[in-house]
Design a protein around this ligand. Sequence first.
Ligand code: HEM
Length: 179
Amino acid sequence: MKGIVFTEFLEMVENEFGLEVLDSIIENSELPSEGVYTSVGTYDFMEMQNLIVNLSKETGLEVDALLHAYGRYFFDVLTSHHQDIFDLYSSPLDMLASIENHIHVHVRKIYPGAELPTFQIIDLQKNYLEMIYYSDRSMYMFAKGLMERTFEHYHSGYQIDLEKLAPDGSKVRFKIVTQ
Ligand code: HEM
């Protein structure tokens, strides 16, 4: 997992929950990196897993709720670093339907070593997109947060329903309707 995902996560934790919580989760997560990340480095996903589980213990919030909040937060990181990519899409549904074949393809070039999910498009219509998320990292709630903010970015209404197709969340169906 890329360092930018860690550095931004730690910043969100500090802003939302304070320095004490941040220090405590870093200490309890027993990280090989010791919690020192550079935005261009690549680190073991287990470190993120441990940080989120410890943040969940510390705050009493569910892991899913934390990943969802982080997806929403991370969207703003993407728009500020990669406005050029957003400029290519005039509608949120077009953008979401292009993650697999365009956006993340480009991401692999600019972030070597990135571990990305797979999105398989099942059905794409003018106001409807159905796709299946596949990833061993099971970050489907992070995906939902990113999708919601994509619609908000384009000032569009939306409804996003998800259905876990694997109990561990490594395969999830998204049904997305826009107005
Ligand atoms: C992960 C870039 C748009 C879904 C990532 C990562 C980067 C990235 C750098 C981290 C990879 C790693 O840590 O190894 C971008 C850029 C985007 C974009 C530059 C647009 C400008 C989106 C959108 C979605 C999305 C709109 C909507 C669903 C995800 C998910 C992950 C991810 C779910 C987590 C990894 C996983 O689930 O396995 N993306 N992304 N991305 N991205 Fe994107």
